[in-house]
Design a protein around this ligand. Structure first.
Ligand code: SF4
Length: 73
């Protein structure tokens, strides 16, 4: 997947979420992902150690996935 597309999607959804413009289904997905990241040893100060992404945005990108092997989400 195109990295720029992943990043744009993540930050766009971060803004949409803060403005309550996301759907309930999207919020459920974002919350499930962030819960997994919160318990992950690769989460260093809310940044993924494996990919360097800011997790608040990464978990909201519909084009992103966990970079761990096996993937956690
Ligand atoms: S490895 Fe996956 S689950 Fe862990 S912090 Fe990174 S994105 Fe989240």
């Amino acid at each position: 997947m195109n990295k720029a597309k992943e990043i744009v999607s993540g930050y766009a959804n971060l803004v949409k979420s803060s403005l309550n413009l996301t759907t309930e289904q999207e919020e459920e997905l974002f919350n499930a992902r962030i819960e997994i990241c919160n318990g992950c040893e690769n989460n260093i100060n809310n940044t993924c150690k494996l990919c360097g992404c800011i997790l608040a945005a990464k978990t909201k990108s519909l084009y992103s996935s966990c970079p761990d092997k096996p993937k956690k989400w």
